[in-house]
Ligand binder design. Sequence first.
Ligand SMILES: Nc1ncnc2c1ncn2[C@@H]1O[C@H](COP(=O)(O)OP(=O)(O)OP(=O)(O)O)[C@@H](O)[C@H]1O
Ligand SMILES: [Mg+2]
Length: 383
Amino acid sequence: MDCFDRDQESTRLWRYFKNGKNVLMLAPRRIGKTVLLNRIKDESSQYGFHAIVLDVEGFSDEKAFFRQMCAAIQEEIGVGQSVLAGLTERLKRIVHGAESQGDWRKILLDIDWNDFADHLLAQLQEEKDGKPWLFLVDEIPIFTKSLLEKSGPKNTHDFLYTLRNLRQKHRKVLWLYTGSIGMDTICRRSGVEGALVDMEIYPLEPFNRQTAANFLAHIAKKNQCTFTPDAIETILARLGWLSPYYLEKIAEAACDKATDNQNIDNEAADHAANSLLELSRRTYWSTWREHLDKNFPDPERTHLFTILAEIARTPTGASIDVLLTALNPVNGPTGEEILRSYLDTLEADGYLSSNEPRDQYRFRMNLLREWWLRYVVLRTHHG
Ligand SMILES: Nc1ncnc2c1ncn2[C@@H]1O[C@H](COP(=O)(O)OP(=O)(O)OP(=O)(O)O)[C@@H](O)[C@H]1O
Ligand SMILES: [Mg+2]
């Protein structure tokens, strides 16, 4: 996947890394975290780093995390094999119980993961070429959530604090964590907010208007089409929040339908935006509903759906007063403070935006509002 633009973001992140900072980059689904991570990986040699992308979705215990980390290191051409050979030697020499036959995989089975991790990082830190290492860990909140469910808060706490200690002890090994769900929510649930305080928070934003317009033109060109300036304006307005994923989907839908001279006008653009709400494409948006279904237990979940249903009903959104009224019958009296914390969550996770006095909330993406109304509010008891 080619990364369109994101030049500023990349420069900013590299500045952090060159200054020895670790970064926590949280952002909603589909905004381009993984694409950016891969760009950083591709740029790493020019900045003098060894960078490793580590996707930890699908793993749920500590040893699996470090096994995956070693497997990814092993693939690093030129150094990977020797790092792991060095690690195996080191473990056999130093760690009680690791004298047995076999390589690092075997030893990891037999010893404590904490010891293993410490020696792994020490080995990286001492690597002969002196280059710093950068681990780009994708979907760490999902991993943390699985760990929490499988092993409970105490082990989750230990794991995250161990990573923090490793960051402090081995300064030439840097980390970027990313993921699409509120790491803060998960940390709060397991009482480990403190485990991330040393990291720089970097919120990845959607494209700005200019980049979004360029991106639309770029996709059109790839498909031998062009958008009129009006058509571009229409798409930006319909989306409202310029996530590369949805820009790409609309542009592709428009190009698919383009006929004579491949010129896409206002009306065609509007039509393409509408087509994203069709039954056949409704799954483009379903991650937004799944996010609430998966990550929030009741009664929060029901409350969040109630709030979104109310806000979806009008394009201009709903006021705090209206929302308080809507929420009250759900489950007894719900105070403004609780409502505000729900709204903060929905804003942080990309659903909503608010005006300045923060008394009016609307959907950040207009098309998502339309989708929500059609496929969630009008179809379920959540309405
Ligand atoms: N900079 C970009 N240039 C081109 N396409 C992009 C860019 N960023 C995102 N996209 C498009 O959006 C899609 C989603 O991007 P990506 O997978 O990086 O998002 P994500 O934030 O990791 O999403 P998730 O939370 O679902 O993992 C990509 O497959 C690509 O089609
Ligand atoms: Mg991703």
